[in-house]
Design a protein around this ligand. Sequence first.
Ligand SMILES: Cc1ncc(COP(=O)(O)O)c(C=O)c1O
Length: 408
Amino acid sequence: MEAAIRQLQSLDYVHTSFFTNSAYEQLAQKLTEASRGVFSRALCLSGGSEAVEVALKIARQYFVEKGEVQRSRFITRRQSYHGNTIGALSVGSNVKRRHDFRPLLFDVSTISECNFYRHGLVGESEAQYAMRAARELDAELSKQPPGTVIGFIAETIVGATAGALTPPKGYFQEISRICVKHGVLLILDEIMCGMGRSGKLFAFEWEDVRPDIATCGKALGGGIQPVSAVLLSDKIVDAIQAGSGSLKGGHTFMGHPVGCSVALEALAILTEDGFLEDVIAKGRVLEMKLKQAFSSHPHVGAIRGRGLFWAIELVSDRTTKEPFPADARLNELIKRSAFTRGLLIYPGGGTVDGTVGDHILLAPSATADATELHEIVDRLSLAVDTGLKAANSRIDQWAADRRKKLTR
Ligand SMILES: Cc1ncc(COP(=O)(O)O)c(C=O)c1O
């Protein structure tokens, strides 16, 4: 807040076509330094969807600069979300958010999300599954006419659509190897999972990969300013510098000094000694408490996450992993019940395939202490049981109505 006020009092706005500003320059420098050599440039924008749009366009520009103008296709994953603007919605797979806009969206290729709980085979280890899931990308790239694909875009940890879906070890390394093999770009969307949420500044640091392009937002603005960023590796920067020399396309409020000065402050906190270690330690507390509360719960099929980014997936039967009927709207009932208990959660439906399945996403503040984390899970427990009771009574009522109709 103080950083925003200070910035407003010194330089409130300049257009980037005339001027740069020191908050923007410092933020770009700090972000690239924090990536430890993965990225060499950063562009700052106003929101997550805008960052994804810009990332997609820069990926296309990279190939245009190299004379590979026939490249126009992106490959994406099912059960993913990259934002609500047309390009971002096109590369996303969130069925409900896309539904009404499908005629406006461009065509992409889609491979399965990496979900061992749902797609692992009997007798298959998680590591074997990770390779099988990654090789879907290889198969898809081999199917496409040579030289037509721009890149593969994925959320490093899937957020809203599948509920804190963390990648098994080795998955992204294999994905990265496949992208290099086929000469396509790896674009990681870290709008939700990045900036410390996973316990590392960039969630891809857990995976030991070097994306060509990444996006970040949300926590970058300390939760109070609309600011996001697109980070570019040398490979992208060099191609543009050797070609036209400038990015095609700008936005009126890009590099806004107020957003950037708040982001600088937020980044200073995120990279303070011990901050991310603290997120990891608190994440362990949250994980332990979630497991205590839900490991034996008859309707919780999976508990997953990393750092302070966790989810539970609800099922009607733990053995078959059968979800609740979508019409029962279980996740919304839990949200409502949690709200009355003073707990704000991020519920999601369509967890399994875009239509059925329910999950509850938790992303508590890094300032929460152990007592508060326990309190969150205690309240969630009550909310889950209340939501289940309401959903089950809806389901019983439908069954009774059906029986009545049949006996008429
Ligand atoms: C992974 C991911 N990408 C992009 C976006 C879009 O961000 P915004 O809502 O700031 O446009 C979101 C939003 O939740 C997101 O989770």
